[in-house]
Every structure is written in structure tokens, then in C-alpha cells.
Design a protein around this ligand. Structure first.
Ligand SMILES: [Zn+2]
Ligand SMILES: [Zn+2]
Length: 157
């Protein structure tokens, strides 16, 4: 996945990019961010005790099957094959996607799961938050003079 930078050419203020990030929630409720590639392995590592039955059934490492963006599709096939009802629910319940947001009131940047989280700034509780990508073409929240641009760094993650 290419890293797309979002920044102000006037003052150099850089916003977190528009790339999404998969996370998995551990048993204590902590969100563990999963780097790309290999997010399937990270998910398996956190959920492995709960997914252990799968390893026993298939006599192979489930991370081989999970190490892919389409892991949920593959899991649903396995689920049907084995007649196991809860595996997709477990993965759905314990994983999500984070996007970068900025608060237009206090300029704080943070990540939110838009499916689950309250859409307010965690610092000042303002509801005036924007996806960082939507700031492209807008006035820089730091220097208030430059226009935010987006450019392809050419770097991969
Ligand atoms: Zn704020
Ligand atoms: Zn600026």
C-alpha cells in the first residue's frame, strides 16, 4: 500500500494519511494495530487461543490462510466447510478498521473506527471532526494560510 502524505506546503504541517489500518482487540479490550502486510497473522496471534480449534481441525497454521486482506471471506468458507458458526462473528467482533481524523477545533489528530466509536474529538470533545483526507484543499489548521495538499511519497507499507 502506498503512503500518501497530506501536508501544508507553507508550514510543513503534516497530517496522518488516508490509509486505513486494521486492528484487533485483545481479551483485555486493548486495540492492537496490525501492520500491513501481515495483518492476518497479527489477528491470529491475538485471537489464537480462541482460534485454536481451527489449527487442530486443519493441522496447519491458520495464519497462512489469514495472512491476506480477504481473510474474512476465507474464514467464511472454512466456517461453512466445518459447520462452525462462530468464527466469523468472533473475527467481526474483535477486529475493525481505523481511519485518521483531525479535529478542526483543536487540530488534534486521532484514529477512529467509524463503525463503533463516538464521532467526537477525544481531546476537546468537539463534534467538528474531519477525515484527514477531506482536509485536502482546505486551509491549514496550523498556519491558517497554506492550502493542504496530498502527494504520493512513493513509499510502501
Ligand atoms: Zn479537539
Ligand atoms: Zn500550514
Amino acid at each position: 500500500m502506498r503512503i500518501i502524505a497530506i501536508e501544508c506546503p507553507e508550514c510543513g504541517y503534516r497530517l496522518p494519511g488516508s490509509n486505513s489500518l486494521i486492528y484487533v482487540t485483545d481479551k483485555s479490550g486493548n486495540r492492537i494495530e496490525c501492520g500491513h502486510p501481515g495483518e492476518g497473522y497479527s489477528i491470529w496471534r491475538i485471537l489464537r487461543t480462541e482460534l485454536n480449534w481451527l489449527q487442530q481441525k486443519l493441522h496447519s497454521n491458520p495464519s497462512n490462510m489469514l495472512g491476506h486482506e480477504h481473510f474474512k471471506v476465507k474464514l467464511s468458507i472454512i466456517q461453512r466447510m466445518l459447520g462452525f458458526k462462530n468464527i466469523c462473528e468472533l473475527v467481526d467482533e474483535r477486529t475493525g478498521v481505523l481511519y485518521n481524523f483531525i479535529c478542526t477545533d483543536c487540530s488534534d489528530t486521532f484514529k477512529l473506527d467509524i463503525q463503533r466509536d463516538v464521532k467526537t474529538c477525544p481531546s476537546c470533545h468537539s463534534a467538528l471532526i474531519e477525515h484527514t483526507h477531506d482536509m485536502v484543499g482546505n486551509t491549514c489548521p496550523k498556519c491558517k494560510s497554506g492550502l493542504i495538499i496530498e502527494w504520493d511519497t512513493g513509499l510502501e507499507i
